[in-house]
Write a protein that binds this ligand. Structure first.
Ligand code: MG
Length: 164
């Protein structure tokens, strides 16, 4: 058995007239995140953690925001591809830990939905996914409610990556 760890980070600006989607969950809010795809900051951080653990190109390289096929794309498609790469490399996801930074909306009521959503996407039981939500205490752009950010950490386990 061998193991790989990965981290990912993403941030997107909040704007009017966009749905807010976090971890594949539609969260009711007056604003949503601005981006080429659906701007699901949680899934983007998760993808980069998965890809980083494999030592593979990041989400921006695999799904460039200059490519019209990814315009308003459901970011779950990116997770499907990242997971395909994990499995192809001989690994499976052990666990995932997420920290969502949002001054608003308050996410306490949605954490469980995000947890279940991410677990389902990765074929894990919910206890293998941690979701924390925190404000930035009024500091910086996230703290002023102008953006939402997310950190993701993953552990991969399997038989990949061994030298002969
Ligand atoms: Mg992004």
């Amino acid at each position: 058995m061998s193991w790989r760890v990965g981290i990912g980070y993403d941030v997107h600006r909040l704007t009017d007239k966009r749905p807010l989607v976090l971890g594949g969950v539609r969260v009711p809010h007056a604003q949503g995140l601005l981006g080429h795809s659906d701007a699901d900051v949680v899934l983007h951080a998760l993808c980069d953690a998965l890809l980083g653990a494999l030592g593979q190109p990041d989400i921006g390289e695999l799904f460039p925001d200059t490519d019209p096929q990814w315009q308003d794309a459901d970011s779950r498609r990116f997770v499907v591809e990242a997971l395909r790469r994990v499995l192809a490399a001989g690994y499976q996801v052990g666990n995932v830990d997420l920290i969502i930074h949002a001054q608003q909306p308050k996410l306490g009521a949605f954490k469980e939905q995000v947890r279940t959503s991410v677990a389902d996407m990765l074929g894990l039981t919910a206890d293998c996914v941690g979701v924390k939500a925190t404000t930035n205490e009024g500091l910086d752009a996230i703290g002023r409610g102008e953006a939402i950010g997310c950190w993701a950490a993953v552990l991969l386990e399997g038989e990949g990556g061994r030298r002969p």
